[in-house]
Ligand binder design. Structure first.
Ligand SMILES: [Zn+2]
Length: 259
């Protein structure tokens, strides 16, 4: 079977899953079942390397309903060869990542002339007043940590500002990057980090959002295989979390002035 030049996000997730299985250096029949479950839950992984090879091996292993010792050895050796190939591909990507053009871009909240009342999550009798023309809120988080930022700066986005932006959307669409940040606030029930420095660059006309300045890790939100995904980069160790990098990672680093 042929090995691809690059590895898609879904297959990277599969490879990461394989890594967690091999961490203890031993493959048990429980590991084999877990891997089988992962492939069942993510059938799209089986259409390409390495999911196709794993699926065909596992279907042989599970054919008689039990897992023999020699079959576990086959699986361990298959996982070892997948890891070696993946490492080679990741390394090649690193070399092939040329610097593309980029430009800084305004990364601010929209100014919408309306005041929205948002109920407190913890106390339904309490509500906060959000003025979306300047992204202000009557909550203590906003008053304590966000009021000194420029109107419409992302640092002003407390939980209620995000909720208010979501509430008044009514069919009008926000840019995808903003929707991604609003969704994250809604899921985590937290505002955007007020201590982070939020920047946006356009790489090949595609927005990349970066939050930095809060420690060794920076967060990078960028398009990846059809989704606006979140990546982590460690400045001190100069590595991407799990080895997973956005496209044009060298350009993103150049735009941010980091190694
Ligand atoms: Zn608030």
């Amino acid at each position: 079977m042929s090995t691809p030049e690059t590895i898609s996000l879904k297959s990277r997730q599969l490879i990461n899953f394989c890594r967690t299985l091999t961490l203890d250096g031993d493959i048990s029949d429980e590991d084999a079942w877990e891997l089988g479950n992962f492939l069942n839950e993510n059938p799209e992984c089986c259409d390409e390397w390495p999911g196709d090879e794993l699926a065909s091996l596992l279907s042989k292993i599970f054919a008689n309903g039990s897992v023999a010792e020699y079959e576990l050895k086959q699986l361990a050796s298959k996982l070892g060869s997948i890891e070696k190939k993946a490492f080679k591909i990741f390394n090649k990507e690193q070399i092939a990542d040329s610097i593309e053009s980029f430009s800084p871009y305004d990364c601010i909240l929209p100014s919408i002339p309306t005041v929205v009342s948002i109920k407190s999550d913890s106390n339904p009798d309490e509500s906060y007043s959000v003025d979306l023309s300047v992204s202000s809120c009557s909550c203590s988080d906003w008053y304590g940590a966000r009021r000194h930022f420029q109107p419409n700066s992302l640092n002003r986005c407390c939980k209620q500002v995000a909720y208010a932006l979501h509430k008044i959307k009514k069919g009008s669409e926000y840019p995808e990057w903003l929707q991604r940040l609003i969704d994250e606030c809604r899921h985590s029930k937290k505002g955007l980090n007020p201590k982070a420095r939020w920047t946006m660059v356009l790489v090949k006309n595609s927005p990349v959002i970066v939050s930095s300045g809060t420690g060794d890790w920076i967060n990078v939100y960028a398009h990846y295989d059809g989704y606006f995904s979140k990546f982590g980069y460690n400045l001190k160790e100069q590595r991407w979390s799990y080895g997973m990098r956005p496209y044009y990672s060298a350009t993103i680093k150049a735009a941010l002035g980091i190694q």
